[in-house]
Ligand binder design. Structure first.
Ligand SMILES: NC(=O)c1ccc[n+]([C@@H]2O[C@H](COP(=O)([O-])OP(=O)(O)OC[C@H]3O[C@@H](n4cnc5c(N)ncnc54)[C@H](O)[C@@H]3O)[C@@H](O)[C@H]2O)c1
Length: 316
């Protein structure tokens, strides 16, 4: 049984599948050659991340496909309904990267409150000639402990973000139209854990009360955070978007940064991805990362292992 892992797969995933008798083709076939490669090599399972597209042309062109697997959450690059209508199993690994994305949110938050994103830009340029000037420029940092984090979208990643926030002594509030209450359990290294009961609050209230805001909703039809929402926020708020480009209006964000309403932003995703706007890239108050929320060794390992175990189960 052959598996084409077209966007890569972790070593642990390959090992588990090989031990179960599968042959893994870990090559990156160009989109135009995908159909002929799959047919020539009699591939039954196609594994992708976000790069390879599996739409009607691939599904119709490859009648031997039995499983399409997406390493990660979003299925925008797969025509899931059409594949299912053709009897193909479609699997993904929604849980595997939640902690990794949540940690990246905190990388941006810690960076933002101590100006690290800007210090890292200026220290190489002026660190030796203007040390005291830079020391003064970055001297008014604040702590996260004791502040309120507002989480918009309280699913897997929202909850993982809440766990870290609670663990470092933040108050957590959340809004989610599909969830009124949630128990968030914070696990510690020695197997002890503490549970917190949280109640959803309306978006407006969250915007008015949070010191920091983190977005964890799926793609929306229109901006969730735009001019009006920025207007409701506390002065000096910090905001992180590691969910999807297009949830947050980047023009309104730049205005809010320039007026001082927003102190800093952390962005992992962009409206015009993969070519973010230059005003966003050059802004001194934005901490930037190139959509790497799920890109940790641990998440990739879990993704590979989760896909492997689902494939093995389906072939049992
Ligand atoms: N940065 C990255 O690399 C990266 C990696 C993985 C996932 N993501 C993104 O993170 C986001 C969240 O992923 P998840 O796994 O937590 O999803 P999830 O489905 O577990 O949670 C999403 C939550 O948002 C809620 N929601 C939907 N619309 C809302 C709204 N208008 N207001 C408030 N809440 C709303 C839902 O009820 C749900 O509880 C997705 O957009 C996903 O694409 C980003």
């Amino acid at each position: 049984m052959k598996i084409l892992a077209n966007d890569g797969i972790s070593k642990s995933g390959v090992q588990t599948l090989e031990n179960a008798g599968f042959e893994i083709l870990a090559v990156n076939v160009a989109q135009e050659q995908l159909v002929s490669y799959i047919n020539q090599n009699k591939v039954s399972v196609l594994l992708v991340r976000s790069a390879t597209k599996v739409f009607k042309d691939v599904i119709d062109g490859c009648p031997g496909l039995k499983i399409i697997g997406r390493g990660g959450v979003g299925m925008d690059n797969i025509d899931v309904d059409y594949a299912k209508s053709k009897g193909i199993h479609v699997i993904n690994t929604p849980e595997a990267s939640s902690s990794s994305v949540a940690e990246l949110v905190f990388a941006h938050l810690f960076s933002g409150v101590r100006f690290l994103h800007d210090a890292n830009r200026n220290m190489p340029l002026e660190g030796d000639s203007n040390f005291k000037k830079l020391k003064n420029a970055y001297a008014k940092g604040i702590e996260l402990r004791g502040k309120t984090l507002g989480i918009i979208g309280f699913g897997r990643i929202g909850v993982a973000t809440a766990r870290i926030a609670l663990g470092i002594g933040m108050k957590v509030i959340f809004t989610d139209p599909f969830l009124d209450e949630a128990t968030v359990t914070v696990p510690f290294f020695d197997n002890r854990s503490i549970s917190f009961e949280l109640t959803s609050t309306p978006l407006e209230n969250l915007l008015k009360t949070a010191d920091f805001i983190s977005l964890h909703v799926p793609a929306q039809k229109s901006y969730l955070i735009g001019k009006r929402e920025f207007g409701l926020m506390k002065d000096g708020v910090g905001i992180v978007n590691a969910a999807r480009g297009g949830i947050l209006d980047e023009v309104a964000l730049v205005d809010a940064l320039e007026s001082g309403k927003v102190a800093f932003a952390g962005l992992d995703v962009y409206e015009s991805e993969p070519i973010p706007e230059i005003r966003i890239l050059m802004h001194p108050d934005i901490s930037l990362s190139p959509h790497i929320g799920a890109a940790t060794e641990e998440a990739q390992d879990r993704i590979g292992m989760e896909l492997a175990s689902q494939i093995i189960d389906l072939y049992k």
